[in-house]
Ligand binder design. Sequence first.
Ligand code: ADP
Ligand code: MG
Length: 294
Amino acid sequence: MDELTVKNITKKYSKNAAPALKNFDYAFSNGVYGLLGPNGAGKSTLMNIIVGNLAASEGEVFYRGADIRTLGEAYRSILGYMPQQQQLYEGFTIKRFLYYFAALKGLSKKEANERIAELLHVVGLYEFADRHLKTLSGGMKQRVLLAQALLNDPEVLILDEPTAGLDPRERMNIRNYIYSIAEKKTILIATHVISDVEQIAKEVIFLRSGEIVLSGTPEQVAQEIGPFIWEVDVLKEDYRRVNEMYPSNRVAGERDGLVSVKVISEKRPELPEVRSAAVGLEDVYMYLYPNERR
Ligand code: ADP
Ligand code: MG
């Protein structure tokens, strides 16, 4: 069953500006959805509209069939939102910040005690609970914001670049945790870090200039781009030449003096013994956003 339906959303921030989001249409059920795209693609705009912070110029968002504008508090109580920017409440300690939000979300004192202790363990901040937010690293703040979003055990969880500033282990911990709770929740993760969603997303949505350019299961989108991804083994000293001929490439490995190169090209590259290659989301991203190549 669809939990969240985004119906034909268009957002223009001003009359003459190009729309930040154009006819965005998507149905979300339980599971993890990756919202991918470079800066400016419209990811945060979409999230702000879904959580009700921003009014769309056109279109509606439905939660279980009801327009979110008619739901008010009932919608907020099933919603968790981790915004992209992190400032605010710098003078609060982690604990005070979380208790404050727990109260806003209507948790009883007892519920808050249990939930906050649990979440502080989950995000690895238990021993830092009395530190002030202004003294925390970016990664720690990011984890406090994630804990905040999870306080009410939300059914719909909206995470805007949740792993920005995290180190690889923190990233993995957060990813694993999100996966562990995803079965009974609808989780939308905006990111430009493919590895955040590669293994855990049920579906991925690639946005460019406010429009969906490709979406589906990771397998489906990989299959779609498959015909344009090639692999070739060249002598190490020849790599520079390949790189000049096909700037859209990446080194995929090295063995016995040979370099494996993945080349993105709509036409079969004119290189000896070129073969088609296994495709990952990283390749899909490189294919879809050619302006970012090199
Ligand atoms: P992303 O999160 O993918 O980086 P955003 O949703 O933040 O993308 O931005 C999409 C587009 O909307 C960009 O062109 C951005 O400059 C513009 N935009 C975002 N927020 C505002 C705003 N408050 N006022 C005007 N334009 C905005
Ligand atoms: Mg953003």
